[in-house]
Design a protein around this ligand. Structure first.
Ligand code: SF4
Length: 120
């Protein structure tokens, strides 16, 4: 894991209720505490997203490019870029350059990814 997709400034990672429950349990936190401390309202006001660090990276990314919640990370993290990409993914993901000669995954322009939301 290079962590490039976890460092996109202004990127977002949406979390569902089920994902919040799994992550909170993994961390040994109450769901309400996790929501209060680790999430914020999505820019489109449709659900919650993981908070980012002051430098714009995901708060769960370590200095060693590891995900501190890897076993329970959200669906969008588990499926990028194998199952979806968006318009700026090629600029973000070094791994996608190697895929240029193969079929690219489907694009989801308004996907809940750490890429900049297309409406912003
Ligand atoms: S939750 Fe983990 S995989 Fe997802 S953006 Fe944050 S550090 Fe990266």
């Amino acid at each position: 894991m290079c962590g490039a997709c976890c460092r996109i400034p202004d990127g977002i990672v949406r979390v569902s209720e089920a994902e919040i429950a799994r992550i909170a349990a993994f961390l040994g936190m109450a769901e309400a505490e996790f929501i209060d401390r680790e999430t914020e309202l999505a820019p489109d006001r449709r659900g919650l997203i993981l908070k980012s660090r002051p430098d714009g990276a995901c708060a769960w990314l370590t200095d060693d490019n590891l995900c501190r919640i890897n076993p329970v990370k959200p669906y969008q993290c588990r499926t990028f870029p194998g199952k979806w990409t968006n318009s700026d993914s090629n600029e973000t993901c070094p791994g996608l350059a190697g895929l240029s000669r193969r079929a690219e995954p489907p694009r989801m322009e308004n996907s809940p990814c750490r890429g900049k939301p297309s409406h912003l």
